[in-house]
Write a protein that binds this ligand. Structure first.
Ligand SMILES: Cc1cc2nc3c(=O)[nH]c(=O)nc-3n(C[C@H](O)[C@H](O)[C@H](O)COP(=O)(O)OP(=O)(O)OC[C@H]3O[C@@H](n4cnc5c(N)ncnc54)[C@H](O)[C@@H]3O)c2cc1C
Ligand SMILES: *[C@@H]1O[C@H](CO)[C@@H](O)[C@H](O)[C@H]1NC(C)=O
Ligand SMILES: *[C@@H]1O[C@H](CO)[C@@H](O)[C@H](O)[C@H]1NC(C)=O
Ligand SMILES: *[C@@H]1O[C@H](CO)[C@@H](O)[C@H](O)[C@H]1NC(C)=O
Ligand SMILES: *[C@@H]1O[C@H](CO)[C@@H](O)[C@H](O)[C@H]1NC(C)=O
Length: 500
């Protein structure tokens, strides 16, 4: 920690100070931005608010616009006076920004409650986890040979390269495009991984088709509701999330968003942004943000605007007015995922266990088939796990979350559950519908207008939004003070090794 502080300090002397002096010498006092707008209060918007304040200082006023709920896709639903995660339920252990926020805000990791997984083919279970680690390994080996080792090495190598971003960001390096960011982590190969399918990449390293069909496709369907045709980079991210290295936040993952906004003392405006209008002034452009509230319309002026909302067609559209060149917006649509939180008795017969007492699983992933209406089915723990908490035995009523492409009809519910007390349905525009070759959206839309959420087209996850938030804050800062040597530096890995 102490060394990090001193790095920041020397960075300031070496980089920021000369830039400031340069401005002073030219007779222009270094103006900091007066006001900044952030659109969206999900993890992307809350994190960028915090990082912007870190860069520009507490004197900059930041307004955060939120059309719906603080937290966005981090959200909970209440069953019997207890809250349960209805959006993003888990966070990967290598996610250093999320880990940092939890520490900073004095939040806690939720106590882990062990559970076993299985994969369902639509007719029977194709893979069942046991208590015994060696037996699990043996089964994988028996069924799939060396494929799962190859997979593990592939995922580990990608994660190791991905982790470089934290070092670059600690040294305040920023990237002007998502491609440039990926290139700095893993070269052209990483950029190509956003274009090539995960199936093709895995076949290329000798993973068997059977392993892809039985196991990989179920994991990707459970995480992204899509097939192994999704790009390799986002596929690798979902495969990295094996049970055991996933965690959640006590009290609900969304507490990070409200916590960061409170800590930064940002001004949260509950309103729907409908347009951003460019006004050219003598020096820098000024952006007018126009928004709608319940029964009124308002607008305000900003030096910098960060869009931390997906901008897909099913969301709240934003018009861009008065720009000379049309603003490039992403074309793609988002994939619908329906989350049904069901309080009831699981129909274990459906999974081949007529006696519910013998049903040992807490989570079932499902391979795509005409017979399986769901992506995944998971027994949920409440967001507040008390010390004595134990999972309900399968013969008792429990809270389950079913993810599916369509709302479950009565018949489907009656197949999965013997009976139920309640069902709460949330329909999400959850993730990009990944095409085969999708170009990644721009981050810099205009001089002081940044688009954070485009990163989801490379990979959509809580941590990717946090990484993009840090990058946008650094990019906006470095561009504001013309610290060009801190933007898009090639060969950073090597540079940082020799610098220190
Ligand atoms: C069911 C489900 C399960 C998931 N599981 C996981 C998981 O296990 N692990 C993981 O890492 N990720 C998971 N994700 C993905 C993860 O939730 C998202 O990647 C992440 O939360 C995105 O955060 P964000 O801030 O970028 O976007 P959002 O959370 O969508 O925030 C954007 C905010 O902007 C607001 N907004 C939009 N337009 C406007 C406007 N015009 N004016 C004002 N406000 C506006 C929206 O209301 C929203 O609150 C899951 C997602 C879903 C839906
Ligand atoms: C990336 O893709 C391009 C075009 O498909 C190809 O020519 C190049 O060899 C690839 N590079 C790497 C490192 O995979
Ligand atoms: C749940 O946990 C959060 C975070 O620790 C805490 O603030 C909240 O009071 C808890 N709620 C209940 C009902 O215990
Ligand atoms: C969107 O589609 C149009 C036409 O199909 C294309 O010209 C444009 O480049 C696309 N934009 C992006 C960001 O992909
Ligand atoms: C449970 O599953 C079995 C086996 O698939 C099925 O016959 C039955 O209709 C399902 N529903 C109930 C309520 O038992």
């Amino acid at each position: 920690m102490a060394s990090e502080g001193s790095i920041h300090h020397t960075m300031f002397l070496l980089v920021v100070l000369p830039a400031l002096l340069f401005h002073l010498g030219a007779g222009q006092p270094p103006e900091s931005p007066g006001r900044i707008a952030v659109i969206g209060a999900g993890i992307g918007g809350s994190a960028v608010t915090h990082f912007l304040q870190q860069q520009f200082g507490a004197q900059v006023q930041i307004d955060v616009y939120e059309a719906d709920r603080v937290g966005g896709r981090l959200a909970t639903t209440t069953v019997n006076n207890q809250q349960y995660e209805s959006g993003s339920a888990s966070i990967h252990s290598l996610n250093l920004h999320m880990q940092g926020f939890v520490k900073l805000l004095g939040l806690k990791h939720r106590k882990e409650v062990a559970g076993k997984n299985a994969i369902f083919s639509g007719e029977h279970l194709v893979l069942e986890e046991t208590d015994w680690y060696l037996l699990n390994l043996f089964r994988l080996w028996w069924h799939y040979g060396i494929s799962f080792l190859r997979l593990q090495m592939w995922v580990e190598e990608i994660m190791e390269k991905f982790m470089r971003i934290y070092k670059y960001q600690a040294h305040e390096y920023a990237f002007s495009t998502t491609e440039e960011l990926l290139r700095s982590l893993g070269g052209e190969h990483f950029v190509n991984m956003t274009q090539k399918s995960v199936a093709e990449s895995l076949q290329g390293i000798g993973v068997s088709q059977r392993f892809i069909d039985d196991v990989i496709s179920a994991v990707i369907r459970a995480s992204y509701g899509q097939s192994v045709a999704i790009p390799a980079l986002v596929g690798a991210m979902s495969l990295a999330g094996t049970p055991g290295n996933m965690w959640a936040i006590e009290g609900g993952n969304k507490l990070v968003c409200s916590g960061l906004l409170k800590m930064t003392k940002a001004n949260v405006i509950h309103g729907k942004v409908i347009a951003i209008c460019l006004h050219n002034s003598e020096k820098r452009p000024v952006y007018e943000v126009q928004y709608e509230q319940e029964d009124s319309i308002g607008s305000d002026f900003y030096d910098l605007v960060i869009i931390a909302a997906p901008l897909h067609k099913a969301g709240y559209p934003i018009s861009f007015l008065n720009f000379q060149l049309p603003i490039q917006q992403p074309n793609g649509t988002y994939h619908r995922v329906v989350s049904s939180v069901v309080h009831g008795y699981l129909n274990s017969s459906f999974f081949g266990f007529p006696d519910p007492k013998l049903f040992p699983f807490s989570s079932i992933l499902s391979v795509e088939s005409p017979d399986s209406s769901f992506h995944s089915l998971e027994s949920l723990c409440p967001v507040n796990v008390s010390v004595g908490f134990r999972r309900k035995p399968p013969q008792e009523a429990a809270v389950w979350r079913v993810l599916s492409a369509h709302p479950l009809d009565r018949k489907e519910l009656k197949t999965l559950f013997k009976s139920y007390y309640s069902v709460q349905v949330v329909e999400w525009q959850a993730f990009p519908s990944y095409g085969s070759s999708q170009s990644l959206p721009q981050i810099i839309m205009h001089d002081g207008l940044y688009y954070l959420s485009g990163v989801e087209w490379a990979a959509s996850s809580v941590e990717m939004s946090a990484v993009a938030a840090k990058n946008v804050a650094l990019l906006a800062f470095n561009r504001w003070y013309e610290l060009n040597e801190k933007i898009d530096q090639p060969d950073l890995m090597h540079k940082l090794k020799t610098e220190l």
